[in-house]
Design a protein around this ligand. Sequence first.
Ligand code: GLU
Length: 304
Amino acid sequence: MEYQTILNQIENEFKDSKVSGKVASYIPELAKVPADKFGMHLYDLNEGHFNFGDSNERFSIQSISKVFSLALAMKVIGDDLWNRVDVEPSGDPFNSLSSLENEGGIPRNPFINAGALVVADVLVSYFTNPKAALLTFLHEITGDPSICYDETVAASERSEGYRNYALVNYMKSFGNIENDVDDVLDFYFHQCSLAMSCKELAQAFIVFANEGTTLESEREILSAQQVKRINALMQTCGFYDEAGEFSFEVGLPGKSGVGGGIVAVHPDHYSVAVWSPPLNPKGNSALGMAALERLTTLTGYSIF
Ligand code: GLU
């Protein structure tokens, strides 16, 4: 596959286009990121690395981190996790509180904020130092010990994190949060602040294209069944109330973040990460989605 030619074409098609959308501003630190950043990195199991633009620059991965925390929670507590969080698409915005009341404090899935906060609670219960444990996990899957939290972004999100405080408190009232609310949120704000580049994200997500095993070090991180489940959740829930649209346009499992990153996986083929900060009204990178649509159209392959 001529991946570099296709990536060059995508860069040319979009580099001068007027990007619609708005850089996230409800986390003050994110509003400072230049809107014209644009990069993409594809990592193919057989053919290696391809990229363009700002693909080596680190940015705030935000909700993409929910895939890592979910994978770690599945490793440490197994199927018990599903007693506390469901696996159904929500059709609601990422930070919605509405379905929790009718569903007894059980979040619809692990990728809406409510679900990710329950996953965070699981990790806070399990590990003495959950922030260090998540970093160790990431260092293991990427082989890169320099990946770290951005304390400024974490503090910035905490300063305006009223909705996430509301979600944790509300779920605690139903008995679905075990730990102190501040401890859960401290972990959650840190996981969202993780700074990674498109290259590093593609490197981390190759595990989900490779049945749970890292490519370079050949370490089995997750079982094939766990990977099947995580990819299924990315497909059905990775883009909140735009999961259908992403499937329709791109046709790959993926996960977005309000920092403007999107990662997608073509199982048994490649992982790909794209970054463009302006978001569409549903909170997903507008240009990122368009670029991935071009990728699966120009290659002629998706999972469908
Ligand atoms: N830290 C963000 C929040 O909780 C993550 C949202 C996202 O990336 O979709 O609001």
